[in-house]
Ligand binder design. Structure first.
Ligand SMILES: C[S@@+](CC[C@H](N)C(=O)[O-])C[C@H]1O[C@@H](n2cnc3c(N)ncnc32)[C@H](O)[C@@H]1O
Length: 262
């Protein structure tokens, strides 16, 4: 389908190229052979480094037919940190999913300052509740599972949940402060309709978080992993999941998505 769309685009553009061949060649050259070009926009380097993982990168509408009609609310649009939070394209995709499927119970592993937490609630069902995890405020420095120094991604403890705490959604957040590998998921207020896995990015943790989350999802639920393609550990853990889960990555994002069987 993508190939047909590309062919159609080329055919439509031929008359324009004939009218302005110099510009057409220059544009085509840049698109097809980007070698030797040094991008001016830092975003080009950021996205260019998303080179891990084997899953297909597809349009969000291929995963959720009909999602085009979803309306999205974005709160605190610029109160997010580069490479820690979701980027704008990812916020749009994840919130479109929330708006489209209208989850009532959501689980997030990795709260950080709560930008995604508050946005998920702004787009989910009116009565939706989110259970979100982060390490304790007085965290000892020990993980339940061994994590190499380079793979520790603990954020500022005093800022955990900052954004949702000052929002109208604060009373619909269940904040779990604990190591995600230590918490008993059977005690949580599930089953969950939407899960967002974005805690510790070390392979063993992604595997454990995934296993725990999959055990508490409702039929037809949606699981989303962040940092697919950018981090090899996350990509490997997701790639190893059964092929019949039909996981796909939203093109232009680091979001891997599984729609579970109903
Ligand atoms: C990438 S940030 C989450 C970003 C957030 N989901 C967002 O979209 O803005 C990862 C968070 O996971 C937390 N974290 C790291 N290891 C964890 C663990 N073992 N258990 C629970 N939380 C953990 C970190 O403290 C950090 O706040």
């Amino acid at each position: 389908m993508a190939t047909f769309a590309n062919l159609k685009k080329i055919l439509v553009n031929i008359p324009r190229a004939v009218r302005d061949p110099g510009r057409a060649v220059s544009l085509a050259y840049r698109r097809m052979f980007p070698f030797g070009i040094s991008p001016k926009d830092p975003e080009a380097y950021r996205i260019g480094a998303w080179s891990f993982g084997d899953l297909p990168r597809v349009d969000l509408r291929e995963i959720f037919p009909g999602i085009d009609a979803a309306e999205v609310r974005v709160l605190r649009s610029y109160d997010r940190k580069r490479d820690l939070s979701l980027d704008a394209q990812e916020v749009l995709a994840l919130m479109a999913i929330a708006s489209f499927i209208q989850p009532k119970k959501i689980i997030e592993i990795g709260t950080s300052d709560g930008n995604t937490t508050v946005n998920l609630l702004a787009n989910a069902a009116d009565e939706a509740v989110i259970t979100t995890f982060d390490l304790p405020v007085d965290w000892s420095g020990d993980f339940e599972i061994y994590v190499p120094e380079m793979m520790r991604n603990v954020t500022d403890r005093s800022a955990v949940g900052r954004q949702y705490r000052s929002s109208v959604y604060a009373d619909r957040v269940i904040q779990v402060l604990g190591d995600s590998a230590q918490v008993d998921f059977d005690q949580l207020d599930g089953p969950f309709d939407l899960a967002f896995i974005d805690g510790c990015h070390f392979y063993d943790y992604v595997k454990k978080d995934t296993e725990n989350v999959l055990g508490r999802m409702s039929p037809g639920g949606v699981v989303v992993w962040h940092d697919y393609g950018m981090l090899s550990d996350v990509s490997r853990a997701v790639d190893e999941l059964p092929r019949d889960m039909n996981i796909k990555v939203v093109a232009g994002t680091r979001l891997a998505i599984a729609r579970l069987a109903s």
